[in-house]
Write a protein that binds this ligand. Structure first.
Ligand SMILES: Nc1nc2c(ncn2[C@@H]2O[C@H](COP(=O)(O)OP(=O)(O)OP(=O)(O)O)[C@@H](O)[C@H]2O)c(=O)[nH]1
Ligand SMILES: [Zn+2]
Length: 303
């Protein structure tokens, strides 16, 4: 639960959360205000950088600006985007224009699982396809145990479900360009005014423009970061033995493999491969598992 409270710490000290960091300034939100803060010099000496999502203690030097004195303990830390204390990842993919890239979705899920984030999947633009076309897609992920929300940012479908899932949590929303992240967030929270449309129209310099990660405040409770990072270029920085655990259905079925440490490739009596044959594990998921396994093995060989 996020509780943005204006707690008095020591004399003149306040507690807040960093919602944005630009050019050495940290924008710290308390319950009513956002203060522009600098970090104390000693953080640099300690090789500590305040990050978006950090709860901090700061003191004011005037009505609008302050100095961060202390960073409170972190619950989680993502590298790309550089953001801390995130609890949940919402992955938004359109079902059409562009069609959902399940390899990218599975990669993002694995990265989120390895960071112990709760995962929610949104399939957007359902106004563009027939209902029957979405069912096979949602079935794959629902049967694993993920929450799946079908949305149309255009028509306003599924918006309350998205609000419920974001309420009182710190979330990051990620997905391919053009899937409708900005359009959906504008629906979820009136007044955000995020620019919708092709990237080139959003920023004058197009794709090259650095977008800063920023936590947006939801009026019904909660914070959400519209993530510029968190994409397919991220590599999987864990060992091949860990990979099965980040596919919940493979982890489950893998308990019944004959050999301990079965990686579910060529091993005999592999309950995961049998699960694929029985139709209990989606073929696309298993194939992506094998793709990622190969990628990790190649990386491990190189180093
Ligand atoms: N038909 C339809 N179009 C949508 C829907 N949601 C978004 N769009 C359109 O899809 C395009 C991309 O939407 P954005 O919200 O800008 O996508 P984004 O994910 O924020 O894209 P980036 O900022 O590039 O990452 C826009 O032209 C939207 O109007 C939807 O539910 N249905
Ligand atoms: Zn196996």
């Amino acid at each position: 639960m996020i509780n943005i409270s204006l707690r008095e710490k020591g004399e003149g000290q306040l507690e807040g959360i960093i919602v944005k960091a630009i050019s050495g300034f940290f924008y710290v939100k308390t319950d009513g205000h956002i203060y522009r803060c600098k970090a104390r010099g000693r953080f640099k000496k300690e090789n500590l950088t305040p990050l978006v999502g950090d709860w901090v203690i700061f003191y004011l030097i005037n009505g609008k600006e302050g100095v961060i004195e202390e960073i409170l303990p972190r619950q989680s830390q993502l590298v790309r985007p550089a953001i801390v204390n995130v609890q949940q990842a919402v992955f938004l993919f359109s079902v059409k224009d562009p069609p959902a890239n399940l390899m990218l979705l599975d990669r993002l899920l694995v990265i989120a699982e390895s960071n112990r984030l709760d995962c929610v999947i949104c399939f957007n633009k359902i106004d563009l396809v027939k209902e029957e076309e979405v069912i096979p897609l949602t079935d794959i992920y629902k049967s694993i145990g993920y929450q799946v929300i079908l949305t149309s940012a255009l028509k306003g479908t599924g918006i309350d479900q998205v609000r419920n899932c974001l309420k009182d949590k710190m979330s990051v929303i990620a997905g391919p360009s053009g899937s409708g992240k900005s359009a959906l967030l504008n629906r979820v929270e009136k007044g955000l005014g995020l620019k919708v449309g092709p990237i080139s129209a959003k920023t004058r310099r197009g794709k090259q423009t650095t977008r800063h990660v920023e936590l947006l405040t939801l009026s019904f409770g909660g914070l959400v970061a519209d993530s510029p990072g968190f994409s397919q270029v991220d590599f999987l920085d864990f060992s091949k033995e860990e990979l099965p655990y980040y596919f919940p259905e493979i982890a489950r079925e893998g308990e019944k493999c004959k050999f301990k440490g079965c990686l579910h490739e060529q091993e005999p009596f592999c309950n995961v491969k049998e699960g694929v044959n029985r139709g209990e594990i989606a073929l696309s998921r298993y194939q992506n598992y094998l793709n990622f396994l190969k990628e990790i093995k190649e990386r491990e060989r190189r180093y």
